[in-house]
Unconditional design. Structure first.
Length: 169
């Protein structure tokens, strides 16, 4: 099976740029991996407006997957410390505790999907960690996986997935 996982954040993008990036990447389904999808600061990317826009402008299917969101304590600790390495370790441990990716319904990720969060870029965003976690899992099962990060300059950057071992593995 071929998986294409794109990632996109809405912050720092106009609605026009956001939807253009999704369209240019031929995204068929947007999977919202935010814990809070109704936040006032989300603008055009808040629920229930986003599924409406995706259908009218895409059409792109919308799905919500809160199991792929960081917990409030992890986010709070990061806001206080700004320690990305600690955030990453805590988030990956949370994914392990939730049984991710083994317990995910992989049919929801078939084809060309995009993971949505707020951060403008993927470097320090959990959506990149989720994409890499899924890619490593599916590659280990013999699938072909590519990751594209849809960024503001209109170019999609490709993420190299490392087969690194996590602590506690």
């Amino acid at each position: 099976m071929l998986y294409t996982i794109s990632t996109i954040g809405f912050a720092g993008k106009t609605a026009e740029e956001f939807f253009r990036l999704l369209s240019a990447a031929s995204v068929k389904k947007l999977i919202d991996v935010r814990e809070n999808r109704v936040g006032q600061l989300s603008g055009f990317a808040k629920y229930p407006d986003l599924p409406f826009f995706l259908e009218k402008l895409g059409p792109i299917e919308y799905a919500y997957e809160p199991l792929l969101a960081p917990s409030p304590p992890i986010r709070k600790a990061y806001r206080q410390s700004r320690d990305w390495a600690a955030y990453e370790e805590s988030f990956l441990q949370l994914m392990k505790e939730r049984g991710i990716p083994e317990n995910l319904d992989t049919t929801r990720f078939e084809g060309n999907v995009a993971l949505l969060c707020s951060e403008p870029g993927p470097e320090q965003c959990h959506r990149r960690l989720v994409a890499e976690l899924l890619a490593r899992h599916w590659q280990a099962l013999g699938h072909t996986v590519s990751i594209l990060h849809l960024v503001s300059d209109g170019l999609a950057s490709t993420s190299k997935v490392k087969n690194r071992r996590r602590k506690n593995d």
